[in-house]
Design a protein around this ligand. Structure first.
Ligand code: MEV
Length: 304
């Protein structure tokens, strides 16, 4: 990496999945949004020898993931993040994209969506085994994204209008393990294939509604149905179900777990987010209104 002109910085947003998690691993549509919480990677020259790593992400797989993108030594890597690990916020996808952007800046070479997505898979596989690629796709693209990857690996994706509905994120405070949740779903197939198909169909409906800029009242029930199906495939739990019920009791029109499940966050669509945020604060439940990250260099280098 002696060609570098560092120090160099790369950054990327996390994500929320509006519809289609888990089903997307089996070739169905999903919809995700980039959010305005980011991971930032800084690279600078270090002493010869192994990478020197200073990281806000404490994860046993981190060094292996870094080695995918930075096989050479003689570098210092500093990682800062606003994305807690295992909460369905796409922390590893954001890390993958931020790291590849930092490496590109270090090398003084531009990097576009197609390269970020292709190379990001190798980093995501270190964390999650068999990712669909959705998480790092939306981190790289920003905005709202329709994503589908066929079992053969062909990817179809397209930017979608960014929804205007207020979205509240409620954090269970527990980390789920995406790789383990995906493996659990795989082990329950084919018994749950009908539910995965229904999640995929629901994503397609959601995409069509987003394209028409449908009102919150029309799309919110899709979240409730999506959550019911996620419970059916075994990725929700009592605590996440309670948080969904809490959101619905306090003004949300629709709510679902978002991400792999087994912990992580619930997202809620509500016309009056202040009411839900106040109820969550009174109950000691961490919650925030999700600002959407604008498209970056959306889908540059791909044929959506
Ligand atoms: C995790 O954020 C989303 C999953 O669908 C896994 C994946 O798409 O790789 C559960």
């Amino acid at each position: 990496m002696s060609e570098g002109r560092g120090p160099a910085v790369g950054s990327a947003p996390g994500k929320l999945i509006l519809a289609g998690e888990h089903a997307v691993v089996y070739g169905h549509d999903a919809v995700a949004l980039a959010i305005d919480r980011r991971t930032t990677v800084r690279l600078q020259a270090g002493p010869p020898g192994p990478l020197q790593v200073e990281s806000a992400i404490a994860d046993a797989r981190l060094r292996a993931a870094l080695a995918v993108a930075l096989p050479e030594g003689g570098l210092q890597v500093r990682i800062e993040t606003e994305l807690p690990v295992g909460r369905g916020l796409g922390s590893s996808g954001a890390l993958a994209v931020a790291l590849l952007r930092a490496r590109a800046a270090w090398r003084g070479a531009p990097v576009g969506f197609a390269q970020l997505h292709a190379e990001g898979f190798a980093i995501e596989r270190v964390f999650h085994g068999t990712p669909s690629g959705l998480d790092h796709a939306v981190s790289a693209a920003g905005g709202a994204l329709r994503y589908r990857r066929s079992p053969g690996g062909a990817v179809e994706l397209a930017p979608l209008p960014t929804p205007a509905w207020p979205i509240v994120v409620l954090d269970s405070g527990r980390a789920g393990d995406t790789g383990a949740m995906v493996a659990g779903v795989r082990a329950r197939r084919p018994a749950i294939d009908g539910a995965l198909d229904q999640i995929g169909a629901l994503s397609a409906t959601f995409i069509e509604a987003l394209r028409r800029r449908a009102a919150l009242a029309e799309v919110a029930p899709l979240l409730n149905e999506n959550h019911r199906l996620l419970r059916e495939i075994g990725v929700s739990d009592d605590n996440l179900d309670e948080i969904v019920a809490f959101a619905l009791r306090h003004g949300a029109a629709g709510a679902k777990l978002a991400g792999a499940g087994g912990g992580g966050v619930v997202i809620a669509l509500c016309a009056e987010p202040a009411r839900l945020l106040a109820a969550a604060a009174a109950a000691g439940l961490p919650a925030w209104a999700a600002p959407i990250a604008a498209p970056a260099d959306p889908l540059e280098g791909t044929s959506p």
